[in-house]
Design a protein around this ligand. Structure first.
Ligand SMILES: Nc1nc2c(ncn2[C@@H]2O[C@H](COP(=O)(O)OP(=O)(O)OP(=O)(O)O)[C@@H](O)[C@H]2O)c(=O)[nH]1
Ligand SMILES: [Mg+2]
Length: 247
């Protein structure tokens, strides 16, 4: 007679539960609210090399990047937001993590496309940003802020081309349609569908800092990207179920 011993909970099944774990917006926002200023750099080589996941906010000048960071982190002046385009001129890093242990970083990048910036400065900045997006090793996700009243600009398209190879290799990508409060419900739905087609498989979310729309959704997504489930190779394969033979 062959008796199958009772199966212990295998680590493989634990892992598959983790891979689909969801997080409540309360946890995701609690994590974002721990944000602290870390450092600022005018150029890529001044940025410290980091091991933790980095999430970069990019987009045209005045799109609402700094405001979005302040809203998600619930801090009025963490990132410099301003009516005057071109307010952010450095790469600013903010650390995140409970109990003082940094487990991710947000990066606020200067916007592009502001007409009043001298051409030489524009070109210099485009090079800094392209370099950052292509070579920053711990870059885990890009959040492209886009005002749906303008849609993707030529420079947004250039950025998409620059990051496409990394997105194909697994870099996470989210288009945040900002200032959704300026659109009617129908316009919001339409803008979202159009962007979904243009985002090349990336995520799309509507967002409004003034109406506090989309905050939970964006926070949850960023938390999940910064806290991925264990990679498959970290899972120990359970021993085969032993068989006990009784003569
Ligand atoms: N109505 C509305 N206005 C917003 C929203 N988010 C940002 N703004 C306004 O848009 C302007 C630009 O916001 P910023 O956050 O400074 O934009 P930015 O993308 O960081 O700009 P740069 O630093 O120049 O690249 C400010 O006047 C904000 O108050 C929003 O959700 N709704
Ligand atoms: Mg800014």
């Amino acid at each position: 007679m062959t008796i199958q011993t009772s199966q212990p909970t295998s680590s493989a099944s634990t892992h598959s539960a983790q891979a689909h774990q969801t997080v409540s917006p309360v946890v995701a926002l609690g994590w974002l609210h721990t944000a602290k200023f870390l450092t600022t750099a005018p150029q890529l080589h001044f940025l410290p090399p980091l091991q933790v996941p980095e999430i970069a906010f990019v987009g045209r000048s005045n799109a609402g990047k700094s405001t979005c960071i302040n809203t998600l982190t619930q801090q009025k002046q963490l990132a410099f937001a301003s009516k005057k385009p071109g307010r952010t001129q450095h790469i600013n890093l903010f650390s995140l993590g409970k109990q003082g242990v940094t487990d991710a970083v947000l990066a606020d990048l200067p916007g592009y496309g502001y007409a009043a910036v001298p051409k030489a400065d524009k070109i210099r900045w485009q090079q800094v940003m392209a370099n950052y997006l292509v070579t920053r090793e711990n870059l885990k996700a890009i959040v492209l802020m886009c005002d749906p009243r303008h849609g993707l600009t030529d420079l947004d398209e250039v950025l998409l081309d620059v990051v496409r190879p990394r997105v194909e290799e697994g870099l996470k990508f989210l288009v945040v349609l900002t200032k959704a409060d300026k659109l009617t419900r129908a316009e919001q739905t339409k803008a979202r569908s159009i962007m979904k087609l243009q985002a090349g498989g990336g995520e799309v979310r509507l967002f409004s800092a003034t109406k506090r729309q989309g905050i939970d959704e964006v926070a949850t997504l960023l938390w999940q990207w910064a806290h991925p489930a264990l990679p498959a190779q970290a899972v120990t394969v359970p021993p085969e179920t032993p068989e006990v033979t009784i003569e």
